[in-house]
Design a protein. Structure first.
Length: 489
């Protein structure tokens, strides 16, 4: 589908386009459903499938879940609303969207643009890892995948991770090359319903599991469900509570793809008659629903086969504990594992597309180049970067001590700068800009411009003016390690 056409239709789902004056000569989503599925596609990613469950297991089950839910409907909703409304109001991506709000604040748009530019260097690498596992399960090698050193051997090889990363990058590039409606929307409309069905199916299966280990101890999926949902207050101190709060907060940003310009870009493709209030509720619901289901699917299964210990795997949950769990399930494990990794590839792909799209959309506005040319150049550049980052565990291996105390590789450094440093800073600055400089009315008016009710209007205004700036300031100090500097001495 050509990018130069005047897209956007009056009729949802109708692929024939009529003119619409509001969106210049820019392609857009066909309607609300197309937009919600694409935005949910961006939001639902490895964060939901892998990070949410392992954080829930680590942070006291129900305690984490409860805090996360409260944050979604307050912080998540506020940041998602301002990003999407800002995009639709200006019809631009982050750099020019912020510049249009206030010329002096163009720097905030540039800062926001840096996040997808950085994330794109490593997202296809992770996508490649997941694709590798999908292929392994397809070829019936799930026993090998359960081996202790399988994952390490794989990522430290100088060939395989590069090939899979590049494959993932090529597919992403082809979809973005085909435009907003013909590429991104079409792909999300196909993928998201399947993803939802798969995750519901595997979760139900997971709850029916029952396993007796070598010591004769029997554990069931339903007991695992309790472990997942029951608030665990053991060892709860004020410090631990804050740690959980912090985990939940950074998970929320990452999971909703906010404060990185992605939702601004997607918002810029939304028709003027789409009900934003409703769309935002649906995106929030979809993303949170999939995160909760992912926990429901993973925690009972891992608990059943490996007990509590298996769940303390942390980041290696997806690539080490899960393959072990699938393998322990016997023959059916190969099938369930395959379904799981197909789903994970889908989730990662729609997220990766949104990152590349945001980079491309900003570049198209900066350089006034066509979508096809811009996508090709970006695709080639990021193909190179993907290879470099994929080699960050072999040829280019080095470790750096990060300001927050952890030790990181190349991938971790990119992740740290974008998620721990830039994202809280961007939310802080954008809440100051919207809350205090241009005023929340800009956003409220955009949401209400269709004549629909903005149901959480007062909450939005209160959050963006008072709560978001303060909390983001604290989050920024903590995640950059600045706070520690004061307390240590
Ligand atoms: N929101 C995605 C997830 O939950 C991750 C993501 C981050 C996607 C950044 C795009 C950009 O995994």
């Amino acid at each position: 589908m050509s990018d130069s056409k005047e897209t956007v239709v009056s009729n949802e789902g109708n692929e024939n386009n009529t003119n619409q004056s509001t969106h210049k000569s820019k392609g857009g989503f066909s309607g609300q459903i197309g937009f919600v599925l694409a935005a949910a596609g961006s939001a639902v990613g490895v964060g939901n499938l892998w990070r949410f469950p392992y954080l829930a297991a680590k942070d006291g089950g129900g305690v984490f879940i409860f805090i996360y839910l409260v944050l979604v409907v307050t912080f998540g909703f506020t940041l998602l609303t301002s990003d999407i409304a800002l995009g639709r109001k200006t019809g631009k991506s982050s750099i020019y969207a912020y510049a249009e709000l206030n010329k002096k604040w163009k720097f905030l748009g540039v800062l926001t643009f840096i996040v997808p530019v950085l994330i794109m260097t490593y997202y296809a690498v992770i996508g490649g890892w997941i694709t590798k596992y999908m292929v392994v399960f397809m070829r019936g090698q799930h026993k090998a995948a359960a081996g202790d050193s399988f994952f390490t051997d794989f990522i430290t090889s100088p060939v395989s991770p590069v090939i899979f990363g590049l494959l993932f990058m090529v597919i992403t590039t082809i979809i973005v090359y085909n435009g907003v409606q013909g590429g991104i929307e079409r792909c999300s409309r196909f993928i998201m319903p399947i993803l939802l069905l798969l995750i519901i199916g595997i979760s139900i299966y997971s709850l029916t599991l029952k396993h007796t280990d070598d010591n004769g101890v029997t554990r069931t999926g339903m007991e695992g469900l309790l472990v997942y949902l029951k608030p665990d207050f053991t060892g709860m101190t004020v410090k631990r509570f804050f740690q959980i709060l912090l985990d939940a907060m950074s998970q929320l940003f990452f999971s909703l793809s906010v404060s990185m310009g992605i939702m601004i870009t997607y918002g810029s493709y939304v028709k003027k008659d789409v009900n934003l209030n409703k769309s935002i509720n649906q995106i929030e619901f979809f993303d949170t629903g999939v995160a909760l289901l992912a926990g429901l699917m993973i925690i009972p299964a891992v608990y059943c086969f490996s007990g509590i210990d298996g769940m303390n795997a942390g980041p290696s949950l997806m690539f080490i504990s899960l393959p072990k769990t699938f393998s322990a399930m016997g023959r059916i494990g190969q099938f369930v594992g395959l379904l799981f990794f197909i789903m994970a590839v889908f989730a990662a792909l729609t997220s990766c597309i949104s990152v590349l799209e945001t980079v491309v959309a900003n570049c198209m506005e900066i350089f006034h180049t066509s979508r096809k040319k811009t996508t090709l150049i970006a695709g080639i550049f990021y193909g190179g970067m993907t290879a470099v980052v994929a080699l960050g565990y072999s040829i280019f291996y080095f470790e750096v001590k990060l300001p927050n105390g952890s030790v990181g590789t190349l991938l971790d450094i990119m992740d740290y700068i974008s998620n721990s440093f830039l994202m809280p800073l961007i939310s802080l600055l954008s809440s100051i800009l919207i809350g205090w400089i241009v005023g929340p009315k800009v956003i409220v008016d955009e949401v209400e411009s269709t004549g629909d009710k903005f149901t959480r209007k007062h909450l939005f205004v209160f959050m963006i003016k008072y709560v978001v700036p303060v909390i983001m300031f604290v989050l920024f100090l903590v995640s950059t390690g600045i706070l520690d500097l004061f307390f240590k001495k």
